[in-house]
Design a protein around this ligand. Structure first.
Ligand code: PMP
Length: 274
C-alpha cells in the first residue's frame, strides 16, 4: 500500500508528491522535524511535541505557523487507516531560486508522512560507544543528522542497532534516543544541555520515576559510570523504554533483568498504551 503523505497541507500518496531540488531541506538540511506517535488513533503527548517543534522553529528562525503544522498533522492521521504508528513531519526554510547560504524570503515548506508501527515486543539493544561528532546545538531537532548517520552506520556494520555517544568522555545520548542507567539502585540520566535533545519520552520516563519515588539523579556522567552500571536504557518515541543487552566495545556489569527497568516499563505502557 502506498504511503500517505502531506506536502504543504495537501494529503496524497507519497508517489504523487513532487518536491523541488531547490528546497533548502534538500540542499542544506535547513529544516527541523518531529516524530509523533499515535496509539489507537490518538496522539501521545501531541502538545509537548508541538512545543518542541516551536522551540526548533524559533531557534532556527524558520517562520511557520504552529497551528498550520498542527492542522496538517491531524489531517494526515485522520485520512489514514492506521490505528498505531507515527507521523514524521518536517518544516524547511523553503524553496530558493538559487543555491545560496543566504536564504531568500520564502514561505516555509512542510512535509510529513505516516507509518504503521507496533510499539511492543522490541528486542533489547546492542550498542557501540562512539565519539559524539555532532554540532553544538543538539537541543534543536534538526534534520542535519550526518554526525548520527555516520556513527550509526559504523555501529551497524558490527551488528549494533544503536550508538551511545560521549563528548570527551562525558555521556550525551543515543543516535536516536536518550539514555538512562542504573547504578547502586539509583537511576541516572544526563542533564539537559545544548548537547542533547530534550526527548519527549525522556520527560515521560522522568515523570514516572518521580511519581514512583524511585532514586533519581540528572547530571554529568562519564564512561566510567557506565562501566559500573547494572542496567542501561534508551528512550524514544518509537522505542519507548528499551534495555541494552551489550555495549560491544566496553566491558560492563549489565544485568538485563533490572527491577527498576520493569517498574518504569510497566508504568509507561499503562500510562500511554492502554
Ligand atoms: N535523541 C536523539 C538524537 C533523537 O533523535 C531522539 C529521537 N528523535 C531522541 C533523543 C528521543 O526523543 P523522543 O523521545 O522525543 O523521541
Amino acid at each position: 500500500m502506498p504511503k500517505l503523505a502531506s506536502y504543504n497541507g495537501k494529503v496524497d500518496s507519497i508517489e504523487n508528491i513532487k518536491v523541488s531540488p531547490m528546497s533548502r531541506a534538500f540542499l542544506f538540511s535547513d529544516s527541523v522535524y518531529e516524530v509523533i506517535s499515535f496509539y489507537k488513533k490518538k496522539f501521545i503527548d501531541f502538545e509537548t511535541h508541538l512545543d518542541r517543534l516551536k522551540h526548533s522553529l524559533n531557534e532556527t528562525k524558520i517562520s511557520c505557523s504552529i497551528e498550520e503544522c498542527k492542522t496538517e498533522i491531524v489531517k494526515l492521521l485522520n485520512e489514514s487507516k492506521f490505528e498505531d504508528g507515527y507521523i514524521y513531519y518536517q518544516v524547511s526554510r523553503g524553496v530558493d531560486s538559487i543555491r545560496s547560504h543566504f536564504a531568500e524570503e520564502s514561505d516555509c515548506e512542510r512535509f510529513g508522512f505516516i507509518e504503521e508501527f507496533s510499539f511492543f515486543n522490541q528486542s533489547p539493544l546492542k550498542v557501540m560507544l562512539v565519539d559524539d561528532i555532532r554540532w553544538q546545538r543538539c537541543d534543536i531537532k534538526s534534520t542535519s543528522l550526518l554526525g548520527n548517520v555516520l556513527q550509526m552506520n559504523d555501529a551497524k556494520s558490527v551488528g549494533c542497532n544503536e550508538i551511545l555517544m560521549h563528548k570527551n568522555g562525558e555521556l550525551t545520548e543515543g543516535g536516536a534516543s536518550n539514555i538512562f542507567f542504573v547504578k547502586n539502585k539509583t537511576i541516572f540520566t544526563p542533564e539537559l544541555s545544548p548537547n542533547i535533545l530534550p526527548g519527549i519520552t525522556r520527560h515521560q520516563v522522568i515523570k514516572i520515576i518521580k511519581d514512583k519515588k524511585l532514586n533519581f539523579e540528572e547530571g554529568s556522567y562519564s564512561i566510567d559510570d557506565l562501566k559500573e552500571a547494572s542496567s542501561i536504557w534508551f528512550t524514544s518515541t518509537t522505542k519507548g523504554i528499551l534495555g541494552v543487552e551489550e555495549i560491544v566495545n566496553l566491558e560492563t556489569k549489565i544485568n538485563t533483568e533490572c527491577e527498576l527497568l520493569e517498574i518504569c516499563k510497566n508504568a509507561f505502557v499503562k500510562r500511554y498504551f492502554s
